[in-house]
Design a protein around this ligand. Structure first.
Ligand code: GLA
Length: 683
């Protein structure tokens, strides 16, 4: 057996190729040390009624090598057979990278398994490239990015995130002794229904070592966990196969999106920290951009955008300490409601009688930067664009396309459409002083346009990524927020290409807390845009204080979205206090290690930064008992502090040992329903 070890900060990933060279298999994946002895993944015992390939922990199973158990690749050639038998021919090792190359002489298929594990992180990136080195076309029927095998001796606890519009990122789990669990998106966009993220732990120790996989793809995808009788779970992920198959022309190649596996000995919270660190690495130097406090007028004015009324909001936003004023939907010609305007990206003179430049200058006089909402992938059927370029609308020939939110999609697989979207954005960003762009996408790609042979999902996502990347190179000063009817496009692909993401249109305090909890289980706080609004809950409608709403938004990228014309002087002053505190702590929130605190009705978050920790506590309310009798002065224990040091927490100074054992005051039973503490070492 040849073996290769990839080493991360605290975990290792070890693969081997047996002497027969028919596949690669996992030898070990887990905290350092797992690689220091015999593999606990290979089967033992008699091999009756099955093939060896069906029982070994194959890294990437091909139909033709394995039959009974899950496969990641199914390819057919001109003969019509759907079998292929690529044999190991070579390996290429780099700094933290590994390529394992397999070739099938019969189909001329070359399959490369790609690996990358960075020494300072705990994730392994995996993807495949598939090359047709022959002279006749091949068809890909199933083409996962990777499979990850994890040991689950007693069955698997599978955790995942589900939701719908306004209720994204709901945490859920299933326990399985045997069986298959699948989540996916068939919508041409990441989707609200499930997040492309799944984690697995052993049912006997659900808080123990946890493995998780995310997929870097913003189109259709699938992720599944297959729990077998041998005590292992196979996690497979990749792009959703097209029902018509993908054609791989002679001489051409296909590259899968990256699947990212992580393992943490610190349970699902630790797994979240590994993914956060990875997502920060994707952001690179853009993490250094100041995460300015935003005001967005959508909730206040909806489609009724007028310069004077926006400026009135802006004057109040300044009093609250806001730094960037974002005009949402409704600023462009014909956009009076959701039925019209999309596609015609010209400033509406009725909304801005003196022009947008004058409006931006007025904001500048108030000390505010300017941001703008766009939804470039969609078009309303009655727009000028739709009349001028009917051929740009994505549709199945001879069928009437379905409208969703009164809109249709442009065919972003077309180079002319991609070019037009880029030029439209470039024109807006070059003509006006715009420092913030909210890119929305409110229509999934449902009925549209599959044609045999072409890779619609692949080309649409590739063009989307290309435009987002070009925004960064050509307009590096523009901070980009990704949105898709709330959190409909949150994934690693977007995390690498936008600066922040809008998790949900639901901004009500108790609903939002649950959504943010789910979001942070897979995605980093630097990506979590969050606004203080006046909205009531749609799931949990109980009221919470303005402090509660602020602390919630301050635990991500703080924005304000309430109708400030209705806010009292006291509320604006309180807002200014919170914004001032946020500006002090925003780097700790964006970059700190995240720990969940508290239990029962108090929910808390601690962000541990290099020099300080920030603690948020929210009293979610005890529905059974009202606090009309005396209660205990409860405190919430902290984590990640040095027990031998003293720390200042507000007016109090305590040893780390006390804060770890007893902690900071629990807002439960106190005068407010939330608190924010900055914890700083003294002496
Ligand atoms: C979507 C977004 C909202 C808002 C509206 C505007 O619903 O999620 O934040 O921008 O579109 O139409």
């Amino acid at each position: 057996m040849r073996r290769w070890t990839l080493r991360g900060a605290t975990t290792s990933y070890v693969v081997g190729v047996p002497d027969h060279q028919q596949w690669a298999q996992l030898l070990a994946w887990g905290p350092h040390g797992v690689e220091d002895g015999p593999s606990n993944l290979s089967p033992t015992g008699r091999l009756d009624f099955l093939t060896e390939a069906d029982t070994e922990p194959l890294e990437y199973a091909v139909r033709g090598v394995r039959y009974a158990n899950p496969t990641e690749l199914v390819v057919s050639g001109p003969a019509g057979s759907d079998e292929s038998r690529p044999v190991f021919v070579d390996s290429v090792e780099g700094n933290g990278t590994l390529d394992l190359i397999f070739v099938d002489p019969l189909t001329s298929l070359r399959l490369i398994l790609h690996y990358r594990m960075l020494a300072q992180l705990d994730v392994v990136e995996r993807w495949v490239s598939i090359h047709n080195d022959g002279e006749t076309e091949l068809t890909l029927h199933h083409h996962d990015s990777a499979a990850f095998v994890v040991p689950t001796d007693n069955g698997a606890v599978i955790r995942y995130l589900w939701g719908e519009w306004n209720s994204e990122f709901q945490q859920a789990s299933v326990s399985m002794r045997r069986g298959r669990f699948t989540i996916d998106s068939r919508q041409g966009i990441t989707g609200h229904s499930y997040s492309p993220f799944l984690s697995v732990a052993d049912t006997r120790d659900p808080a123990g070592t946890t493995w998780g996989v995310q997929l870097a793809w913003s189109g259709s995808w699938q992720l599944s966990a297959d729990v077998d009788t041998m005590g292992q779970t196979r996690i497979q992920t990749g792009r959703l196969p097209s029902t018509l198959g993908l054609t791989l022309e002679a001489g051409s190649s296909w590259v899968s999106p990256v699947a990212v596996g992580a393992c943490s000995a610190e349970g699902s919270d630790g797994l979240a920290r590994s993914f956060h660190a990875y997502q920060r690495s994707l952001a690179g130097e853009r993490l250094e951009l100041t995460r300015k406090v935003v005001y967005n007028s959508w909730y206040a004015t909806k489609f009724d955008v007028r310069a004077d009324q926006q400026l009135e909001l802006a004057r109040r936003a300044v009093r609250a300490g806001v730094e960037t004023f974002v005009v949402d939907d409704g600023w462009f010609t014909g956009r009076t409601d959701s039925t019209s305007g999309l596609g015609d990206w010209e400033v509406d003179p009725a909304a801005f009688p003196n022009g947008l430049t004058a409006f931006i200058a007025d904001l500048g006089d108030l000390g505010l930067d300017f941001g703008l909402w766009v939804e470039p992938e969609s078009v309303n059927p009655g727009s000028e664009l739709a009349a001028k370029h009917p051929e740009w609308i994505l549709r199945t020939e001879d069928r009437e396309p379905l409208q969703v939110r009164n809109q249709l999609l442009l065919d972003l697989s077309r180079e002319d459409v991609a070019g037009w979207i880029w030029e439209t954005l470039d024109r807006l960003l070059s003509s006006y002083d715009i420092s913030y762009l909210k890119w929305d996408a409110n229509r999934a790609r449902l009925d549209a346009g599959e044609v045999r042979g072409r890779d619609l999902d692949g080309s649409v996502v590739a063009n989307l990524y290309r435009i987002l990347e070009r925004l960064r190179t050509d307009h590096p000063g523009v901070f980009v927020e990704g949105c898709a009817s709330g959190g409909g496009r949150v994934d690693l692909g977007m995390a690498a290409r936008v600066d922040t993401l809008w998790p949900s249109d639901n901004t009500a305090p108790l609903d939002r807390l649950r959504i943010q909890r789910g979001f942070l289980s897979g995605y980093s706080p630097h990506l979590m845009s969050s606004w203080v609004t006046d909205e009531a809950g749609t799931v949990d409608g109980r009221e919470r204080s303005l402090d509660f709403r602020f602390h919630l938004a301050m635990s991500g990228g703080l924005g304000i979205g309430g109708d400030l014309t209705n806010w009292s002087d006291e509320q604006l002053t309180a807002a200014a206090g919170h914004v001032a505190q946020y500006r002090e702590i925003r780097n700790v929130v964006a970059l700190g290690n995240v720990y969940w605190l508290g239990e029962g009705t108090t929910v808390g978050l601690q962000y541990v930064g290099a020099d300080r920790a920030v603690v948020f506590l929210w009293d979610t309310g005890d529905l059974a008992v009202r606090a009309s009798m005396p209660t205990r002065a409860r405190r919430v224990p902290l984590v990640g502090l040095d027990p031998t040091k003293n720390y200042r927490v507000g007016e109090e100074v305590h040893p780390g040992s006390y804060l770890i054992r007893v902690g900071v005051p629990d807002p439960r039973g106190g005068a407010t329903d939330s608190s924010c503490w900055v914890v700083t070492a003294v002496d």
